[in-house]
Design a protein around this ligand. Structure first.
Ligand SMILES: [Ca+2]
Ligand SMILES: [Ca+2]
Length: 291
C-alpha cells in the first residue's frame, strides 16, 4: 500500500517535470523563432530602403518605407514593424563639433530644448561629454566632475551612439531628456536633417519666429508637394518665418531606424536597428539590438 502510494507520487512528480520541461522547450523554441522572424523583418526593411533609393532621389513621408507595417498574422504569432527616418531629428552629436555648421546646429538644438522644456542648462555639459578635448565649457563638465561623483566615471569625449547615453551627463534629468527624446538622434557629426520628414516640433526648431499656424501651413504644403531642394524649402516658408542657414539640411536621408516586433506563442521578440544607406549599396547595419 505504502509502496503503491510512493510509486504514484513519483509518477506524478515525473509527469509534472516532463510537463515543465516540455513547456520550457516550447517557450524556448517560440523565443528563438520570434527572434529569427524579427531579424528577418530587419532584412526586409533593408530591402524596402534599397528599393526606395532606386526609385526616388528624395525621401518623404509619403513613400512606402514610411508606412507602418500593421500586425501581420503568422503561423503561431504575428509580426509588425516600422521604419523611421533618423534624419527627421536633430543630431545631438553636432554639439561636440566646432565651426559655422555646428554653431547653426547647436542653435537649433538650443531652440528645441527651450521649446520642448528639454535640458537647456545642460547644453554645454552635453557638448563637453562629446567633444574630444578636456576643456570645461562655461556650464559644462569634463572628467574632474564625473570622477568626483559617488560612482566615478569618465567622459567618453566621442560622439554618442544612442541618445539615452546623455542621461549620464551633468544636469540632464530623466524628465528633461524624455521631453526631447522623440526629436533628437545620435548620428555621425555633419549628418543633415531631412526637411521632408522632420516633425512639426523639429521644423519649429530649424526656422525662427514660427507660430503654430505657420508650422501647420508648412507641413500641409509639404504634404501636398515635398521639397526637392533645400532652396525650395526656404522659398516656400510661410511669411514671418526665417531660416538662418541652409547648413545641415537636406531633402533626402541615409540613416533609418528600424523596429520590428515578432510574436510566437506567448513570447515577444523585438529587433531594433540603425541602418545606413549609401547610393547603389545594400543598406548596412550600424547597430542592431535583438531582445
Ligand atoms: Ca526616397
Ligand atoms: Ca570633452
Amino acid at each position: 500500500m505504502l509502496l503503491a502510494a510512493f510509486a504514484a507520487a513519483v509518477a506524478a512528480t515525473v509527469f509534472a517535470d516532463q510537463q515543465r520541461w516540455s513547456r520550457s522547450v516550447e517557450h524556448r523554441r517560440d523565443q528563438v523563432q520570434a527572434q529569427a522572424i524579427a531579424i528577418a523583418g530587419v532584412q526586409w526593411a533593408r530591402q524596402i530602403l534599397f528599393d526606395d533609393a532606386r526609385t526616388s532621389a528624395i525621401d518623404t513621408l509619403a513613400e512606402p518605407w514610411a508606412l507602418r507595417l500593421p500586425p501581420i498574422p503568422l503561423d503561431n504569432g504575428e509580426i509588425r514593424g516600422a521604419i523611421i527616418d533618423a534624419q527627421s531629428r536633430l543630431n545631438i552629436n553636432a554639439l561636440g563639433d566646432a565651426g559655422t555648421r555646428a554653431d547653426v546646429e547647436r542653435s537649433r538644438i538650443a531652440r528645441l530644448f527651450v521649446q520642448r522644456r528639454g535640458p537647456v542648462a545642460a547644453l554645454d555639459a552635453i557638448a563637453d561629454w562629446i567633444d574630444r578635448d578636456s576643456i570645461v565649457r562655461a556650464g559644462g563638465a569634463e572628467d574632474a566632475w564625473y570622477l568626483a561623483r559617488p560612482s566615478p566615471s569618465l567622459t567618453p569625449n566621442a560622439p554618442i551612439m544612442r541618445v539615452s547615453e546623455i542621461a549620464a551627463v551633468r544636469g540632464v534629468t530623466d524628465d528633461s531628456l524624455a521631453a526631447v527624446d522623440a526629436f533628437v538622434t545620435a548620428l555621425p557629426p555633419g549628418t543633415p536633417v531631412n526637411v521632408n520628414t522632420a516633425s512639426a516640433e523639429v521644423l519649429a526648431a530649424i526656422v525662427d519666429g514660427a507660430s503654430i499656424d505657420a508650422i501647420a501651413a508648412l507641413t500641409a504644403s509639404r504634404a501636398q508637394k515635398p521639397f526637392t531642394t533645400v532652396a525650395e524649402f526656404r522659398a516656400r516658408l510661410p511669411s514671418g518665418v526665417r531660416l538662418d542657414s541652409e547648413d545641415a539640411l537636406d531633402v533626402k536621408s541615409r540613416f533609418f531606424e528600424v523596429t520590428i516586433e515578432a510574436r510566437q506563442g506567448a513570447t515577444l521578440a523585438r529587433a531594433r536597428a540603425l541602418v545606413r544607406r549609401e547610393p547603389e549599396h545594400w543598406p548596412a547595419i550600424v547597430w542592431q539590438i535583438v531582445e
